[in-house]
Design a binder for this molecule. Structure first.
Ligand code: SF4
Ligand code: MSK
Length: 657
């Protein structure tokens, strides 16, 4: 070990049962040999609390904490009289509020950056996609004809700011919501006013002695979550595209083999593209390259992890070294000279592992500091001050590397960067600008439906396995899969981002993939980019032939290995938008309670989507496909698919009859 870190006795894991990622498995073995503990080890030694796991406890006031019986949920109530449904829905509501706050705070930062770039106060970034700027502005009713880009941009900023700060009215992107879906929202009073107001009201309502009706709390959960999906996250995606470029397909490598032994390796991990974009500029700086060369390095190698990594992979083809459950293990290679982190999904355990291997770990965002870790503040008016310092720190560590290096020789290539604009173009070919070909392929049955498979990895399940098995099963059944975040990386590691993976798809989907040369699984970027799926679904409705509301579409969503509160907020905004959404791992509500039944069925009766749960990937695929088929039937397009799926012999039999 580089530092004088006390080598611990680590209880060895049955590594094959905790991950299917070979690189992570190799590093877990090494970590155990080196006496280094990871989240996988901690999960094995810490049993999840069975009461907390199903939200059967409350600590919202000091008359408690109150713990109800998860086996007999209606057997008692809290000291204040709160029932199990009140306690569970309040806990759920706070998860939605926190997840929404994370996305909206991120989106608001992006919007602030945009304003400062437009008014010339920040010169390090610029508007990379003025066409998208005009499209977004026009979609919100802002005049764009014969106007200066700067004027349009200032109007757009003013309009989008309402997403966060508005007190009454409807958030701007409510304009994108199909009319019938919006009608449902208005009927149930869940159209978000502004994210700050919705989060504040949800926190208020979940205070002791306020809202004590699980259905009423659920309504505010929906309103708040919609302020995330159609608000905070959507603004973050659109503004990031305008500032940094809308993704188009780009080849990219994933996995730990992206590290290079003879180069200075820098990993950026978190969620904010502005930090990553600035590091990209820093690693290209001739002066810093010369410093690296003088230190004996053959170059500077920048790789991403987690969601900002997925975003940079999608936007620029920057190599990606692994998803959430590999962020500690990558440090075990000894090859990472510096890791820069910003916000969200940053494990505190990184500090100890970085210490063990001498990796320089830097926090950069004032919202996220870690005890004992160096902080270099990232200031948007002078971003290079921070990112150059990270690079210098990395070069310094390279010069003084003391630990043996072991880089798993595993790298998987694929095609990433399928923004909804590009999917539209690619499937459309000559029909550029229309979702007609996608809808037609769904109507004629070649594509059975569309599934969004997204979200985290979680040490409570075998890393990547649920994602990969689920997606394989879906594409085998002609379901086109779109992905974001850590799930995208799991499938990229499994090789499904290669166009040749079309051979693993069912006959209809593989025909479409082969015709247009696309993989059967399309990566859209970070977890904030789930908003791209909402935008695409709206376009599918608008294009016609697939019903009038989002709830009519033959689509489904899943987060098979979720772990964060952001995932719950995302799940709730998909459900409130009309999408059947299935979660894996565990569900934080007791099955069979009134609140559970409301989420898993009552909401659908009100015109929304509904939740589903199973930890089993094959069952999950079956549930999603059954839902897609149910929607196809309701649309009257189930027969078309049967015709497409008949082979030649079947057709001949039919013709002869
Ligand atoms: Fe117990 Fe009610 Fe206080 Fe919650 S709010 S801790 S249920 S007394
Ligand atoms: S990083 S929220 S583990 S997708 Fe967005 Fe991955 Fe989940 Fe974090």
């Amino acid at each position: 070990m580089e530092k004088d870190v006390k080598i611990k006795e680590i209880k060895p894991l049955d590594i094959k049962s905790v991950t299917t990622c070979d690189a992570t498995a190799q590093m877990l073995k090494k970590a155990e040999k080196d006496g280094v503990e990871t989240a996988h080890h901690r999960a094995a030694s810490m049993k999840a609390c069975p009461i907390g796991a199903v939200s059967a406890c409350c600590k919202h006031c000091s008359m408690g904490p109150c713990r109800l019986n998860s086996k007999d949920p209606y057997g008692k109530v809290g000291v204040c009289g709160a029932t199990i449904d009140t306690i569970q829905s309040r806990n759920f509501g706070r998860m939605v509020a926190t997840g929404t706050a994370a996305h909206t705070d991120h989106g608001m930062s992006m919007l602030e950056l945009f304003k400062e770039v437009v008014n010339g106060h920040i010169k390090e970034y610029s508007i990379k996609d003025p066409i998208k700027l005009e499209e977004v502005a026009a979609s919100l009713g802002i005049e764009v004809e014969d106007r200066e880009i700067k004027d349009i941009a200032m109007d757009l900023h003013k309009e989008l700011e309402r997403t966060y700060t508005q007190v009454e009215g409807e958030i701007p992107f409510a304009k994108r919501v199909p009319e019938k879906t919006l009608e449902t929202w208005r009927k149930h009073n869940v159209v978000p006013r502004g994210a700050m107001r919705e989060i504040m009201e949800l926190m208020h309502r979940t205070h002791m002695g306020v809202d004590q009706h699980y259905e009423n709390i659920t309504n505010q959960c929906s309103r708040t979550a919609l302020a995330d999906g159609w608000g905070g996250s959507m603004v973050a995606t659109e503004i990031s595209d305008i500032l940094f470029g809308t993704p188009t397909p780009v080849p990219g490598d994933v996995n730990m083999g992206c590290l290079r032994e003879n180069e200075v390796n820098i990993v950026i991990h978190g969620h904010e593209p502005n930090l990553f974009e600035s590091v990209l500029a820093s690693v290209d700086d001739p002066k810093l390259l010369k410093t690296a060369e003088d230190a004996g390095a053959e170059g500077i190698n920048l790789v991403g992890m987690c969601c900002s990594g997925a975003e940079m992979l999608s936007r620029h083809g920057v190599p990606h070294a692994g998803n959430f459950m590999s962020t500690e293990t990558i440090l075990v290679t000894g090859a990472v000279d510096a890791m820069g982190v910003d916000v969200q999904c940053i494990k505190q355990g990184l500090a100890q592992v970085a210490d063990c291997y001498g990796t320089k770990l830097f926090t950069t965002n004032p919202r996220c500091r870690i005890e004992g870790v160096d902080h270099i503040s990232f200031v948007e008016h002078d971003p290079r001050a921070c990112t150059d310092a990270i690079v210098k720190g990395a070069i310094d560590r390279f010069k003084n590397r003391k630990v043996p290096i072991e880089i798993p020789n595993i790298k998987n290539s694929g095609i990433h960067g399928f923004s909804m604009e590009y999917i539209n173009y690619m499937l459309g070919g000559t029909f550029r600008g229309s979702y007609k070909p996608l809808n037609e392929n769904i109507i004629n049955g070649r594509i059975r439906g569309v599934a969004g498979v997204v979200g985290c990895t979680n040490p409570r399940v075998k890393q990547d396995w649920v994602h990969v098995e689920l997606v394989k099963e879906l594409i085998r059944n002609d379901v086109l899969v779109v992905q974001t975040g850590c799930s995208q990386i799991a499938l990229a590691k499994a090789g499904l981002y290669r166009p040749e993976a079309a051979a693993m798809a069912g006959p209809g989907l593989s025909e479409v993939c082969e015709t247009v040369g696309m993989p059967p699984v399309l990566g859209l970027g970070s977890c904030a980019d789930n908003s791209r799926i909402l935008t695409a679904c709206s376009e599918m409705v608008r294009t016609g032939g697939l019903g009038e509301s989002l709830a009519d579409l033959p689509v489904a969503g899943a987060a098979p290995e979720w772990m964060s509160e952001k995932a719950i907020a995302i799940g709730q905004y998909f459900v409130a938008s009309g999408v059947y959404t299935v979660f894996g791992v565990t569900y934080p509500i007791i099955e069979g309670t009134k609140f559970y039944e409301h989420l898993f069925g009552g909401l659908e009766e009100m015109g929304f989507g509904k939740w589903g749960f199973t930890a089993d990937p094959y069952e999950m695929a079956r549930m999603m496909i059954a839902h897609i088929d149910k929607k196809r039937k309701a649309l009257g397009i189930d027969r078309a698919r049967e015709r497409v799926m008949m082979d030649m012999a079947d057709r001949q039999k039919l013709e002869a009859a």
